[in-house]
Design a protein around this ligand. Structure first.
Ligand code: SF4
Ligand code: SF4
Length: 375
């Protein structure tokens, strides 16, 4: 396993982290806990969960695994990350109490100011004294480090990191959205933050489309999963790539990617970066130039979600809108487009945004009608 120091905390964290957001059978507490323990045995020492992951079962699953793991914690340290997305101090307090109880711990190593989607939201929670509450939790020893998790783009991440001195950051970063977050990584690294990349396999899209993502391979003897993970291991700004394991096979593949890691020669790295640009010709690159809609339709977020429709399916797109971007499907921004064409005129990829929004509107309407008919 490769280890590196998480920011300036002195804690050595593993290049792969166990992300607890994707257990397919979350009701199988012991089975999933067994997988977490196996990951710990292979050298993984960063474990990430959150209160509502997997129908609110994720923390319970980790709790079952940690009960055993704490016995060897002194010789073999591990670190636990969880989160609160609440916007009132008293609710944050309730979240941490519940998390500690479920995890069976006295303190959380990396506690995240969770899921910041916009700067407005960041400031609103801060004005509500939520960060002050995090600081109190730290003084009381209930958390060790204050971190942030965000889906914002680069410049906004920079503004937030200038405003508050977090110890670490959790952000989505992969060969799929690399353009959107690149600057954010730079800001985090300039401030010596610990950096954890979530979704390194593009939510499963990369392994599901091996031909399209063939360019991430820098060696003949690796597959796209190894290539995509090694692309992140090679990036010195990133400490941990967080993988949502579901079974031992996935765990073995990821560990193999670390064990066989060798620094990627600069020429191959250039090929990968160029490949990203070429393979993404038809895809939104997340550059955000089009984020100027007079009707305040969040075009970059909509087009990022449309990527999932092109590479995955309709459910992937709806999931991306709802869970990644926090857009309520009933609000359906795609249906509000007046087709003025401004965004298309300034799109760096010259994408047919209006046509894509029409298609998205149709899919969302169909989904809502289906939901309605079930009631
Ligand atoms: S075409 Fe639609 S999404 Fe694009 S700027 Fe005009 S109203 Fe906004
Ligand atoms: S300008 Fe085009 S490529 Fe860039 S974010 Fe907007 S839709 Fe995507």
């Amino acid at each position: 396993m490769i280890f590196s120091e998480y920011g300036k905390t002195g804690k050595q964290v593993s290049a792969i982290g166990f992300g607890g957001m994707r257990f397919t059978n979350a009701a199988d507490i012991d089975g999933n806990a067994g997988l977490i323990k196996k990951a710990y045995d292979t050298g993984i020492n960063y474990f990430d969960t959150a209160p509502i992951y997997c129908d609110d079962k994720s923390e319970e699953i980790f709790g079952a695994a940690l009960k055993e793991m704490v016995k060897s914690r002194d010789e073999k340290p591990f670190y636990v990350s969880t989160k609160s997305g609440k916007d009132k101090p008293e609710e944050v307090r309730k979240d941490i109490e519940k998390s500690l109880k479920r995890l069976g711990l006295d303190s959380i190593d990396f506690y995240h100011y969770w899921c910041i989607l916009t700067l407005d939201e960041y400031y609103k929670r801060k004005e509500n004294r939520v960060l002050k509450e995090f600081e109190k939790l730290k003084e009381e020893g209930l958390i060790k480090h204050i971190c942030v998790s965000t889906h914002m783009a680069g410049d906004d991440i920079g503004t937030m990191l200038d405003d508050y001195s977090f110890d670490g950051i959790l952000l989505g970063y992969s060969a799929m959205n690399f353009a959107y977050r690149e600057k954010g990584l730079d800001f985090a690294s300039q401030k010596y933050l610990g950096v954890v990349a979530m979704n390194p396999l593009g939510g499963g899209i990369i392994p599901r489309n091996p031909e399209l993502f063939d360019f991430v391979k820098s060696r003949n003897d690796e597959n796209v999963i190894e290539g995509a993970l090694r692309f992140l291991f090679n990036d010195e700004r990133i400490n941990v790539a967080l993988v949502g394991f579901n079974n031992e096979k996935e765990l073995r593949e990821a560990v193999k990617a670390v064990e066989g890691f060798e620094p990627i020669p600069s020429e191959s790295l250039e090929n990968i970066r160029r490949g990203i640009k070429e393979a993404f010709n038809e895809l939104c690159t997340g550059c955000q130039y089009c984020d100027k809609c007079p009707l305040r339709i969040p075009v970059p977020k909509m087009m990022d979600s449309y990527n999932q429709l092109m590479l995955g399916n309709s459910d992937d797109m709806l999931g991306r809108l709802k869970w990644h971007w926090g857009i309520e499907l009933k609000d359906n921004p795609a249906g509000k487009c007046s087709e003025c064409g401004l965004c298309e005129r300034i799109c760096t990829q010259q994408l047919p945004i209006r046509k894509r929004l029409r298609e998205m509107n149709e899919k969302v309407q169909q989904h809502l009608a289906k939901q309605q008919s079930k009631r």
